[in-house]
Design a binder for this molecule. Structure first.
Ligand SMILES: [Zn+2]
Length: 438
């Protein structure tokens, strides 16, 4: 499937040096090439998860069925305080193993808590060990005592900015990079204006994005009016931090005026339907976003607010939520949902030149689905079958940068995946115990 959604049948895909070199009939593999017989399978562009928090994979199920403020104060924040390098490594590995098994080839991992140094480095090792492409949002929190953020999660601004710069230098935003760094002040309620401006300046100097949770809940909207006398979006625009290199996450409660400000500045949006339902944050105004021309990418959000990272499931919910909100079954179609997890997701990250579709010259990020299964047969239309009928069980093969990272239940880089899962499970239990959650 190319960037226009054009579909081809019965073709070969030739990948070399991490890039799709050729797509066509009966291609001859070069000597020594690894050949996969994919007859009967359907190739899709690798799914792009535009927003998650992989450390939360260790918290799966511990924050269920709570109102958001309780979820924060009794689950995610106490756990965040206890995070060690080992927890962060296993959280990243577990999240990436799940992503690979769900056809996801790129994750945007927004890591907003740094209670001790070097957590970022452990997470980056986790991505590399599984072989997933990642954007690491080096987040930060530099205020928030008034809303219950523990002291141990509040970073010194200069220290946080210098660690961000260290990571940006280690992982420059180069074409085809497996790891990129973004600068991610967590949320307006937990960031000073100096932090927002410092992050913007740093990101601009390194050609990176800034990402930020924006108007996810009514609380944030009310908070902004109390603190700034205007909306968060209006405040960010006045500060000068909005730009096409800015990803706003959630935007559930952005007003039509806010949406128009975001569109004027070319801001990209991460849409997280499952998390918005799980935390009862509200229904994002998709129709307004699309009318305003915002670039929208789909995300799972962290596993503490969407216990699975399955982007196939996220596509289904992502299509269904706008339908029920508008009481209009045409509000979102299956091809539109798939686009939001592929080419539109790539556009929302500024990576459409290299990701998001299967075309010669793009990075070889691909997944193959087996649709001859009880849940998907008869697959009259492969896109409909993928979005509305399939799930992770249909993923047969996942390829990132030309390398197979998942194949029929196995991980070539993790011959003993069960041992990895046991280690992640032990790490999760240790974190929960230290945080007093179990
Ligand atoms: Zn988030």
């Amino acid at each position: 499937m190319d960037a226009t959604g054009r579909r081809l049948a019965g073709v070969d895909i030739l990948c070399q040096d991490g890039v799709i070199r050729q797509i066509g009939d009966s291609l001859s593999p070069p000597p020594g090439a690894e050949v996969h017989d994919c007859r009967g399978l359907v190739a899709f562009p690798g799914l792009i998860n535009t927003h998650t928090h992989l450390f939360q994979t260790l918290l799966k199920g511990l924050g269920d069925d709570r109102v958001l403020i309780d979820w924060l104060r009794t689950c995610t924040l106490p756990a965040a305080l206890q995070l060690t390098e080992e927890h962060c490594y296993w959280g990243a590995v577990l999240g990436c193993l799940e992503a690979a098994a769900c056809g996801t080839t790129t994750v945007v991992d927004f890591m907003y808590v740094h209670p001790r140094p070097h957590l970022s480095d452990a997470i980056l090792r986790g991505y590399a060990d599984v072989g997933l492409r990642a954007v690491f949002g080096r987040g930060m929190v530099d205020q928030g005592k008034d809303i219950g953020v523990p002291d141990g999660l509040i970073e010194d601004l200069d220290g946080a900015l210098s660690d961000m710069e260290r990571l940006l230098r280690l992982h420059p935003n180069a074409p085809g990079a497996m790891t990129r760094i973004w600068v991610s002040p967590c949320i307006v309620t937990m960031a000073t204006d100096a932090a927002l401006l410092g992050c913007r300046e740093l990101a601009d100097r390194h050609g990176a994005f800034v990402s930020l949770h924006l108007s996810e809940t009514r609380f944030e909207v009310e908070y902004a009016h109390r603190r700034f006398g205007r909306s968060e979006t209006a405040h960010l625009a006045d500060l000068g931090v909005l730009s096409p290199n800015f990803q706003a996450v959630h935007c559930v409660h952005c007003s039509p005026q806010d949406v128009s400000i975001l569109a004027q500045h070319g801001v990209r949006v991460a849409y997280n339907p499952v998390s918005n339902m799980y935390l009862a944050s509200g229904i994002p105004p998709l129709a307004g976003w699309r009318k305003a021309g915002l670039r929208i990418g789909l995300g799972s959000d962290g596993a503490a607010s969407n216990n699975t990272q399955d982007m196939i499931q996220a596509m289904k919910f992502g299509a269904l939520l706008p339908k029920v909100a508008a009481e209009d079954a045409t509000a979102m179609t299956a091809p539109q949902a798939l686009a939001m997890a592929t080419i539109e997701a790539a556009r929302s990250l500024g990576l459409e030149e290299e990701l998001g579709s299967l075309e010669a010259g793009k990075r070889a990020d691909i997944f193959l689905a087996d649709l001859l299964t009880p849940n998907a047969t008869p697959a009259f239309d492969a896109v409909s079958a993928l979005v509305y009928a399939a799930d992770a069980r249909n993923v047969a093969l996942t390829v990132v940068d030309g390398a197979v990272v998942y194949e029929h239940g196995r991980y070539p880089r993790w011959p003993d995946a069960q041992a990895a899962l046991r280690a992640a499970d032990a790490s999760a239990r240790d974190l929960a115990r230290r945080a007093g959650l179990t």
